[in-house]
Design a protein around this ligand. Sequence first.
Ligand SMILES: [Zn+2]
Length: 383
Amino acid sequence: MDDIRVATFDGPGAAPVIRRVPRPAVPRKAALFTVGACGVCGTDLHILAGHWPKPLPWPFTLGHEVAGVIAEIGPDLKEDYMGNRLEVGAKIMIPPLMPCGECYYCRHYPKTANKCLTPVYYGRYLGFDKAPHLWGGWAEMEYVDLEMLPGTKIYRLPDDMPLWLGTLAEPFTSCVRAWKRAQEIGQFQPGSTVVIQGSGPIGVLSIVAALEMGAGRVIMVGAPEHPRLALCRQFGAEATIDIEQYRTPEERIAAVRETVGGFGADLVMDCSGHPSAGPEGIEMLRDGGTYIEMGQFTDAGSITTSWHRICTKDITILGSWAFTADDIWTGIQMLHRARDRYPFAAMQTRFPFTEQGVADAVAAAQQMRAVKATIVPHPDIVD
Ligand SMILES: [Zn+2]
């Protein structure tokens, strides 16, 4: 086989065209593998809808949920990222987006190296390539070259893992990491009740991840009943809320709260990608619960209106309301220790305890003339 057939798109909205690219020679630290299967991801759909915010080297080949079998391998490529042996016939997957290992984020924020500044895509840098030779998994074969791009990672799949299952490794990992983020901040406990918004593939795989990681109850909010919600129940969702039946946010919130009972869900995770899912999902939480946004991986949209940038930026947003009883003692002690190191007295403006004094204090606070207006009924005992 001298040519490799790859499916390419000329741009957003274009129909796929199967082209032939020359079969590359395989250098010492490279491999060519036969694609067994490759999933279609929501990110692919966003790219094909023109939602990718940066220029893309159209035409190119999509497909990053890939699993295949090594057909040809260079003599210096002996092990995968985990140290497993690589050889002709080995089943492998390659993730689409891998940290370079060298940039500022990779060095200094290793826990968010997924936000690497110069990541490797599909084994080659998007935008540095000549179409249609940049190809993803919607192709007969795929090529990886660790000399050209040392950030590229290869993972050997278990020999008895069918390739169709191997294609789910990448999207499933995204779901595991989302729950892990909540575990790391102590907000996902064994037995937690979780609500998932969005019954697409990420939603379904998030059911598995939640259950495997110890969730007690999983409730799915999505549509349609067939095939998606029925499948979610087969995957272990205790209940499903059909958004085609509960058509307004108020109805959906009420239905979830009724199903969950008590004060609401411990965690809600958005896998839908709808910007309105966030404000709606927050109302499904109990007070003190945790919301995880993982619905949308592209950073399309405006800075000020796009809720899903919480996901894109991989950030943690915390709400904080007042305090607990123990917090008060922490506050007293900290204030006492710091009393001479900050000009606390300078932030207070004192007002006498008279009708005029109280009125002046309120006015000074309202008009921001005082930082902290303070009414002093007994000046003789305050200092
Ligand atoms: Zn990097």
